[in-house]
Design a protein around this ligand. Structure first.
Ligand code: SF4
Length: 144
């Protein structure tokens, strides 16, 4: 993705969002927030995603969303299509309406489980949004 952005002369900006305290001063980053100013640089002239094959998991899931804490499956009300079809979607299994997106959800939940297991085994404290800004940050992948 970063490579694709480079090809377009775009520099992507990410901010650590969820991290675990490995020890004082060292934090394992489990999730980054992608800072998009204005519209996504990967939208093409037809307003379609131009990096479909390598787009982030969150994009692959959308409009399905996972609650990080309780692992509930949610459907984004920010999606105009969802808003337009709200009544007819009530009570329908989201995996039937969005099979491809649901597969991405399953993939994301598997990643989340691995992270939680690793954190529990090591007694790492989870920090959301901040508290780790001053320390050394390392991708959680490093520990797998
Ligand atoms: S799907 Fe994701 S990467 Fe693709 S255009 Fe939309 S926000 Fe950008």
């Amino acid at each position: 993705m970063i490579e694709k952005a480079g090809e377009r002369g775009v520099k992507l900006e990410f901010k650590p969002y969820i991290a675990y305290r490995v020890r004082d001063g060292l934090y394992a980053v489990a999730m980054y927030k992608w800072i998009i100013n204005g519209k996504c640089p990967f939208l093409n002239d037809e307003n379609l995603c131009s990096i479909h094959d390598v787009k982030p998991l969150a994009c692959k899931m959308y409009p399905l969303i996972i609650g990080w804490d309780d692992k509930t499956l949610r459907v984004s009300g920010a999606c105009p299509w969802i808003r337009d079809h709200l009544e007819e979607l009530r009570g329908i299994d989201p995996s039937k309406v969005f099979p491809e997106e649901f597969r991405a959800v399953v993939e994301a939940l598997a990643v989340l489980d691995r992270i939680e297991k690793l954190a529990a085994e090591n007694g790492w404290e989870r920090l959301v949004g901040g508290g780790f800004d001053e320390g050394e940050l390392i991708d959680i992948d490093y520990f797998f």
